[in-house]
Design a protein around this ligand. Structure first.
Ligand SMILES: [Mg+2]
Length: 381
């Protein structure tokens, strides 16, 4: 078998009403998706999605004619391209899907075969008024989802804490609660300094009082000393790494004991092959591996197969904040939106590959050229 063709298309779902993402200055009116299809010469098509991969066309010949099953070689080449042309990991998701189809194996089995299911946590994305956040928490609980992540970043930290207090008062111990401080990275226009240790420990004390399961990105991703000190000084689990790009950076995080929970996303950093190895190192160090996965359902499936099949996790991220961020919006490229079962498990099944079924008509309707994509980013910044 050899790889015969690689096709990449860009799409945009109009969002009306817009999605007021907590980490964005303007409500989002479009949700972009890049779809990658890799064809082999026996009729299999591997599917992936992730970053737009501008400039990738120059490097696609490196894969044409190659063996689809040579995943380690593909991972090495993609890690090189990551330096030269930006994050190419959507292509690796498609290569894993293709390899699974060639071998007749589901992704979770390729990742190690540990489990064919994984439990989710609901990851909210909107700064709702206090009572509305409490109502969301009740809804999540009633749907059998065991945990909810709340975004900080309102005008004052007191407002953030008040929301968390109200949610805890409303649902008691029925939900685990995580808090995302989003200090690890920056949106393109954001010139504010991230929190320092003094600020982070002050917030951590409040989260300890409220029984939070993990505190996510309390400091910049390069503040190794601050993270290690914070982790030593609080009982909270410290989470991070969603935008850390290099394997050696993760090794530094591990060596310096910076985090309890490691969150690299297979469509943003390092890809599935490299993250499978990293996940094993993270668990061997007594820590937890559970990827960030704030994208469409294809990225969610890639991260879920990788994690369930390799090391397992207490919960994996499910972007879920209806009505503004519904499964139907999130998964618009898919024929069917992804839902966990009544106890909050994502069942991954036995279908070869990652179990991705595209909605071709929807993709046709939402086709967008590269120019439109660039214009959107220029406006947002
Ligand atoms: Mg996060």
């Amino acid at each position: 078998m050899t790889i015969r063709d690689i096709r990449i298309s860009h799409h945009q779902l109009p969002l009306d009403p817009p999605f007021p993402a907590a980490w964005d200055t303007q409500p989002r009116q479009l949700f972009p998706a890049t779809i990658v299809r890799v064809d082999d010469d026996s009729g299999h098509v591997g599917i992936g999605s992730g970053d737009p991969m501008h400039g990738i066309a120059d490097y696609l010949p490196l894969f044409l004619g190659a063996d689809p099953l040579d995943l380690h070689r593909h991972s090495e080449v993609l890690a090189n391209i990551d330096f030269h042309a930006g994050r190419p990991w959507a292509l690796e998701v498609a290569l894993w899907d293709l390899a699974g189809k060639c071998r007749g194996e589901p992704g979770w089995r390729m990742a190690g075969g540990r489990d064919d299911r994984i439990r989710v946590y609901a990851s909210s994305g909107v700064h709702r008024p206090t009572n509305d956040m409490a109502a969301l928490a009740e809804r999540v609980r009633d749907e059998g989802i065991p945990a909810l992540k709340i975004r900080f970043g309102r005008a004052t930290i007191e407002e953030d804490i008040a929301v968390l207090e109200r949610v805890r008062a409303r649902v008691g111990d029925a939900l685990e609660l995580m808090v995302d401080c989003n200090q690890g990275w920056r949106m393109p226009w954001d010139t504010q300094a991230p929190w320092d240790y003094a600020r982070a420990i002050e917030v951590a004390r409040e989260l300890e009082r409220l029984g939070v399961y993990w505190m996510e990105e309390p400091l910049h991703r390069g503040d190794y000393a601050g993270m290690a000190r914070l982790r030593a000084d609080t009982d909270l689990r410290i989470a991070g790494g969603e935008m850390t790009r290099e394997l050696h950076e993760f090794h530094t995080l591990l060596e310096r004991e910076c985090l309890d929970v490691y969150q690299p996303d297979a469509v943003c950093s390092l890809g599935m092959t490299r993250l499978k190895g990293l996940a094993e190192s993270v668990v061997a160090a007594g820590c937890e591996f559970t990827p960030h996965t704030w994208g469409n359902g294809i990225g969610l499936l890639a991260n879920a197969h990788l994690t369930a099949g390799s090391v397992g996790a207490s919960f994996i991220e499910l972007p879920y904040d209806p009505p503004e961020w519904s499964p139907e919006r999130r998964d618009f490229p898919l024929a069917r939106a992804i839902y966990p079962d009544a106890a909050g498990w994502l069942q991954l099944g036995d279908e070869p590959g990652l179990g991705i079924r595209l909605d071709e008509a929807r993709l046709e309707q939402t086709t967008a050229g590269a120019t439109g994509y660039r214009q959107r980013h220029a406006r947002a910044s």
